[in-house]
Write a protein that binds this ligand. Structure first.
Ligand code: ZN
Length: 469
């Protein structure tokens, strides 16, 4: 589908393009630009399938009276659906799906930008570096988590985050803003997950990075004077948006803005990846409110990218996901004994709007001391405004431990307990093979069309940078 072209053929093609555009001004025909794109901003909503977008959109339309920026992109740009399978499974994880987006090659679940037999795969970030562009990674997960990792490291197991941290600090990536400090501080420091004495924050400073650790420090960074910025705002993942304290932790939109302010100083352009990483975690937990708020926070970052594009039109913006998580159903999962068939209404969104915290944040904390079904009912009502029945409280109790692990976790029992009230249900606590949406604006955006494979997203980016080797 995408051919490698020589510089000469680009010159010729460029001339033909000029002639064509000169003599076909009245034509509505879309011509692909032949000039390389200066900047690419790739925004990945981890776990964000079509239902996640639709649910957040309904919430935004009927609770906040505004449409999503992603949907504005759909109006002015291109839309596509993307299949996500990995090499070894029809259902992918973020490592394999991220590798496909970052490199254009499929690999096995769990692997970070290398083939199953261990060959490293060149990433779009590394191609941008070879072109003299600046590069950046922004995420709400740990910096060493799969999606940011696939752009700037190569390893056979995504869980080797201490090694990924070393590779990322040494990767030459100019701006890295995320959570995950615990993999960058020496083992002697409390909270460290390292098994050695390396202090990667000092190493980064020695390599010329300014290091920031909270929202205030990030806000005070002057993009005119800082070229290399490492911001690690939390020990592990950053907070769910619904729980986030803005004094401590910047929003993903703020991180995106700062990254753009710094990266756009390079006249050669840049590549920036922005991940809304905790949409996936909220969906693993079957937590509809946390899913909505993280999707909206991600969409705000999309808005920052669109604003940048207004003033820098030679920028390709792609918004997509690595996979869907949770088999999110925007409908009731089961008809209650007395309720009959009752579909989701606009007013049900008001119930969701009352929810004040994530299952894995304040609700878990509250449940830790719950002794009885009545205690469970009290905690759930305090944080969600929802009075659950004794039967539903039993579901939560049978979830047994309130330990936040992402698979087969009791959080899902809270999701089940309130699904009759919020009329949102889930098919799974795992990923699904649901195709994911893609929205694109800017040069080369019209290349996206129809039902594509995730590797093709990378092919378009490589073509746009004229680095499709
Ligand atoms: Zn996941």
């Amino acid at each position: 589908m995408f051919k490698t072209k020589s510089k000469l053929s680009f010159l010729v093609a460029g001339l033909v393009f000029l002639l064509l555009t000169t003599f076909s001004m009245a034509s509505a025909e879309v011509l692909l630009p032949e000039e390389p794109v200066q900047n690419i901003i790739l925004l990945i909503g981890d776990g964000m399938g079509p239902s996640q977008v639709q649910l957040a959109r309904y919430y935004s339309l009927y609770q906040l009276n505004q449409d999503l920026n992603m949907l504005k992109m759909a109006e002015i740009g291109a839309t596509s659906l993307v299949a996500t399978r990995s090499l070894d499974y029809l259902v992918t994880d973020s490592a394999a799906a991220g590798t496909a987006l970052a490199t254009g090659y499929k690999t096995n679940n769990g692997m970070i930008s290398q083939t199953p037999d261990g060959s490293p795969l060149l990433t779009i970030l590394e191609k941008a570096q070879a072109l003299g562009k600046s590069t950046g990674l922004v995420s709400t997960t740990r910096l060493t988590h799969a999606t940011p990792a696939v752009f700037a490291s190569h390893i056979y197991d995504r869980d080797l985050e201490n090694e990924i941290a070393v590779q990322m600090v040494e990767s030459g990536t100019n701006v890295m803003l995320a959570g995950g400090r615990r993999h960058f501080i020496p083992q002697s420091v409390s909270g460290s997950k390292r098994e050695d004495d390396r202090n990667l924050l000092s190493d980064a400073e020695n390599l010329g990075f300014v290091v920031v650790q909270n929202a205030e420090e990030l806000r005070s960074v002057n993009p005119q004077t800082v070229n290399n910025l490492l911001g690690l705002f939390t020990s592990s993942h950053m907070s769910y948006e619904i729980d986030r304290n803005p004094v401590e932790e910047p929003s993903v939109a703020e991180m995106t803005q700062k990254a753009l302010d710094i990266l756009s100083q390079n006249p050669e352009g840049f590549f920036l990846m922005v991940e809304g990483g905790r949409i996936d975690h909220a969906c693993h937990a079957n937590d509809a409110a946390a899913t909505i708020h993280d999707t909206l926070a991600f969409d705000e970052a999309v808005g920052v990218a669109l604003d940048f594009w207004q003033n820098h039109p030679n920028t390709l913006i792609i918004v997509t996901a690595d996979h869907e998580t949770g088999g999110l159903c925007i409908t009731k999962g089961q008809v209650s004994d007395d309720g009959g068939l009752e579909y989701l209404k606009v007013t049900d969104l008001e119930t969701i709007a009352q929810i004040k915290g994530s299952f894995e944040g304040p609700i878990y904390q509250g449940l830790e001391t719950a002794q009885s079904l009545a205690d469970i009912q009290t905690v759930i009502e305090e944080y969600t405004g929802i009075a659950i029945t004794e039967e539903e409280a039993t579901l939560v109790q049978e979830g047994k431990a309130w330990v936040p692990v992402y698979a087969n976790q009791p959080a899902n029992s809270i999701g089940r307990a309130i699904q009759d009230e919020i009329k949102i249900s889930w098919g799974s606590g795992e990923h699904s093979a649901e195709p994911v949406p893609l929205f694109a604006v800017g040069p080369y955006a019209s290349t996206f069309d129809g039902f594509i494979d995730n590797t093709e997203v990378n092919q378009v980016m490589s073509q746009a940078f004229q680095a499709d080797y």
